[in-house]
Design a protein around this ligand. Structure first.
Ligand SMILES: Nc1ncnc2c1ncn2[C@@H]1O[C@H](COP(=O)(O)OP(=O)(O)OP(=O)(O)O)[C@@H](O)[C@H]1O
Ligand SMILES: [Mg+2]
Length: 290
């Protein structure tokens, strides 16, 4: 693997819109997250990466109110907040596109976009208005779909992802979290979704991108945050690292001084003996490779 050179200008550096500090989350005997810090910045794509079982989805669930943290603090726009439910996350302006997308196959694109937030006029669904707004949104996002009246069952994986991401924008969120949006996609579809991620950043949103695909991460992310064994395993501005550095942080290879330094700074000197499985965290999934 070689270093990836970014050709576009760096995104604006803003203040964090969402800040998590000292997040801990335990499932019975499994300590899924330990003292995790994570920031989302407006107008920036932050990639959250890590091996299977590293805690990425658990952290997403903390931010989306699906699985609140056991302890730790969360600030939104500088104010301390609690995110005990998905509704609380939505109210704050945090939208999450989960991997299963939760689209209704039997409805068309407009029906899916406006499911649960239908536009009503004189007691009836205002289909014309919903279609007009759908076309407008998809045009703004430069999203290519056959027709907004196509049933979602007939769309490709990439197009379905586009519908799910577009739907998340209707609540006018500040933060959009995308869990593995390109996992099941081919080359052209992946390009379409990554293009959409760039549109989200252009709109000034804070975007969290969870991905196992480092090529995708390097293509669109501004900053990469590594989780390893449920802890912070390194944080990198994309222009300062190559894929080898990130792989080293993900796997915890001995050469990776950055991850070790981060772990030491977090007060976990045991994290230096990275070749050994972490005895106190029953994360046994490290051998798994996707
Ligand atoms: N509901 C749950 N009950 C028990 N353990 C859980 C639960 N959810 C997650 N875990 C455990 O927490 C740890 C972190 O899991 P998580 O799903 O967050 O990892 P991940 O980084 O998203 O992995 P992947 O890349 O495979 O999706 C794992 O050890 C997992 O088994
Ligand atoms: Mg996951």
């Amino acid at each position: 693997m070689t270093a990836t050179v970014r050709e576009r200008p760096p995104a604006p550096t803003g203040t964090p819109v969402l800040s998590l500090r000292g997040i801990n989350k335990r499932f019975g005997a499994v300590q899924a997250l330990t003292d995790v810090d994570f920031d989302v910045v407006m107008g920036e794509v932050v990639a959250l990466v890590g091996d299977n079982g590293a805690g990425k989805s658990t952290l997403v669930k903390v931010m989306s109110g699906v699985g609140p943290a056991d302890d730790g603090t969360i600030e939104f726009e500088g104010r301390p907040v609690a995110i005990p439910t998905p509704h609380a996350a939505q109210d704050l302006g945090i939208a999450t596109v989960f991997q299963d997308l939760a689209l209704c196959d039997n409805l068309d694109v407009v029906g899916n976009l406006y499911l649960g937030r239908e536009v009503v006029r004189i007691g009836a669904l205002d289909e014309v208005e919903m279609e007009r707004r759908s076309l407008d949104l998809l045009r703004q996002l430069a999203a290519r779909l056959p027709s907004v009246r196509t049933r979602v069952a007939g769309l490709s994986g990439g197009q379905r992802q586009v519908v799910a991401i577009s739907r998340s924008l209707l609540g006018e969120p500040a933060v959009v979290i995308l869990d593995e949006p390109t996992a099941a996609l081919g080359v052209a579809q992946t390009a379409q979704v990554l293009n959409l991620v760039e549109r989200l950043r252009e709109r000034g949103l804070g975007v969290v991108l969870i991905s196992h695909n480092l090529a995708d991460v390097f293509a669109v992310a501004d900053r990469i945050v590594v989780l390893r064994l449920g802890r912070n395993g390194g944080e990198f501005p994309v222009q300062d690292v190559n894929q080898d550095d990130v792989v080293a942080a993900i796997t915890g290879s001995r050469e990776n001084v950055v991850a070790e330094r981060a772990a030491r700074r977090a007060g976990h000197p045991e994290a230096e003996s990275v070749e050994e499985p972490d005895a106190e965290t029953p994360h046994g999934a490290e051998e798994e490779v996707r």
